[in-house]
Design a protein around this ligand. Sequence first.
Ligand code: NAP
Length: 258
Amino acid sequence: MSNMSSGKRFQGKVAIVTASTDGIGLAIAKRLAEDGAHVMISSRKQKNVDAAVDQLRSEGLSVSGIVCHVAKEEHRRKLIEETLNKYGGIDILVSNAATNPAFDAVLSTSESVWDKIFEVNVKATFLLVKEIAPYIEKRGGGSIVLVSSIGGFVFSGLLGAYGTSKTAMFGLTKALVPQCAGMNIRINCIAPGLIRTRFSEALWKDPNVQADRLQSVPMNRIGEPSECAGVVSFLCSEDASYITGETIVIAGGQSARL
Ligand code: NAP
């Protein structure tokens, strides 16, 4: 068990984490399971789902998996059904999937790339919350965390459309607060900085590119997925029982404001 965890704070709870077969999502799934939750893992590719489930089960964790491309309605429906069939309810949702199909200056972004980014990053997040919140309410309440990005605060040259979609997630978090509060659901957001995953490889693999990126990071290192997972565990826990509508930046001191 991670030495950052504080006992079995999610014993008996059920969590859905999307895009959870690699990187930040996998680290979140692992951490919530270490903290006692039953976790439903998912992503687009069956082989990735199988590998992640095998890995976490080999560590003695309670996880299941299913294919779910978050932008596909049928996949989201099956994800929810499978979770209810397996575990009898849902207490926690972590919406982690995102895409960035191209690196373009914002005015050079094609309409199809723009649509894809907003479909996966914003619309599918909204739909997941809309579809899953009633089940969390049925359990008497719970917690939702959206995974945004520091890119929603700080706009670097070729990530303008992606960054704008991540800014929308800050707004979506705020917009959902009143109705979620009425359902006894807290909804918060995280904004990771540069974290060591496949998704961000172009920003850290080359030492020169990494050094350039770290100029704006006072801690002078990139973050690890587990450093996001600990914050998500906190936000979903009773330790955060009076926190809703907030975005926590996880970025080694990098300044982040709009
Ligand atoms: P990653 O390591 O590349 O992992 C991405 C995961 O998402 C994989 O499990 C992938 O599996 C799955 N996936 C991709 N598209 C999907 C879709 N449409 N539906 C469902 N699953 C999908 O990426 P990551 O860096 O952990 O990124 C996770 C989240 O963190 C994203 O929201 C990203 O914007 C955010 N973030 C990352 C960083 C960073 O520096 N890494 C910084 C800020 C924010 P399949 O290929 O099997 O689908």
